[in-house]
Write a protein that binds this ligand. Structure first.
Ligand code: NAP
Ligand code: MN
Length: 264
């Protein structure tokens, strides 16, 4: 029996769409009670997709994600409520889903007594709340720069339209298997020097950020925030895992970029 789950934003429209989808799928013989669903539908916005991703981050090989938006047009939530019937018909008719895979960022937080590993769908941000962040940045084991500023943002291609874009980073097509390191308000003068532009690292390259030990730091993994961390090192690279989205119609990435930022 096929299984689904719905992650929903807490508003009336999203909840009513959730009920409608659940009724149709259950009527068609699908179940909502299983540990690992075949399909996870996110109903809400891009933030809802981030929640869905982190809820099932341990099962990325089994789960395919679908995003329905009930606000403005999203990147991950690119189906409109009026498309639901068409979408469900396709889910119910197809034996094998056509899926598209997007790269993720792998983050390793190394602390005094603990090492934590995360996957990010949008980005990982490291920043200091108590003063200028001073950090040594190395790439593939070689020293690259001494960073001073507000922080650093390491994004996936599909996350490049989120925080990274606000920082002046480039938009990367998700078929490019790479991660982007963008600066947050770096200090550049005769004494302090950083590269100044964002850099794009290919698969198998890694970047290690070693912040000064005098401060505590804040780490964001997508919508999740961790405060007051004593951090020895943050290691980032493109993850081996990817997220799979169900692809039922052609809605090219650049048209999503246009619809969100230029003109619907
Ligand atoms: P939020 O405050 O609702 O997110 C900020 C905006 O980013 C929302 O409009 C959200 O869309 C949109 N968004 C999320 N992922 C996107 C993507 N991949 N491409 C384009 N737009 C995207 O908080 P949230 O919904 O929990 O999302 C967390 C994300 O917010 C973080 O991962 C980070 O990328 C972003 N953020 C941006 C800034 C900034 O630009 N200065 C600061 C903090 C966080 P929805 O309204 O559909 O959710
Ligand atoms: Mn949001």
């Amino acid at each position: 029996m096929k299984c689904f789950d719905i992650v929903v934003r807490d508003d009336e429209i999203s909840r009513s769409i959730q009920r409608r989808i659940a009724n149709i799928l259950i009527h068609a013989g699908w179940t909502q009670t299983c540990d690992v669903p075949d399909i996870v539908l996110s109903v809400g916005g891009d933030g809802t997709m981030l929640e869905a991703f982190h809820q099932y981050v341990g099962h990325l090989e089994e789960v395919a994600f679908v995003g329905l938006h009930t606000g403005r047009l999203g990147f991950y939530a690119d189906w409109k409520p009026e498309d639901i019937d068409k979408l469900l018909e396709k889910i119910l008719l197809s034996d094998a889903y056509e899926t598209v895979e997007y790269p993720l960022v792998h983050v390793q937080l190394i602390m005094e007594n603990e090492v934590r590993n995360y996957l990010a769908l949008n980005e990982c941000v490291i920043k200091s709340l108590t003063g200028t962040m001073v950090a040594q940045v190395s790439i593939n084991g070689d020293e690259f720069e001494q960073f001073r500023g507000d922080g650093l943002c390491i994004s996936t291609p599909s996350g490049s339209t989120a925080y990274n874009k606000s920082l002046g980073g480039a938009i990367l097509h998700p078929s490019i298997e790479a991660i982007q390191v963008a600066e947050m308000a770096s200090i550049n003068n005769r004494v302090y020097r950083t590269i100044g532009s964002s850099i794009v690292l290919p698969k198998h390259h890694h970047c290690v950020i070693t912040p000064s030990q005098e401060m505590t730091y804040q780490i964001h993994i997508d919508h999740l925030t961790m405060q007051n961390l004593k951090i020895d090192q943050v290691k980032v690279r493109m993850a081996d895992e990817k997220i799979r989205f169900v692809r039922y119609r052609n809605f090219p990435f650049w048209m999503r970029v246009r619809a969100s930022f230029i003109k619907e």
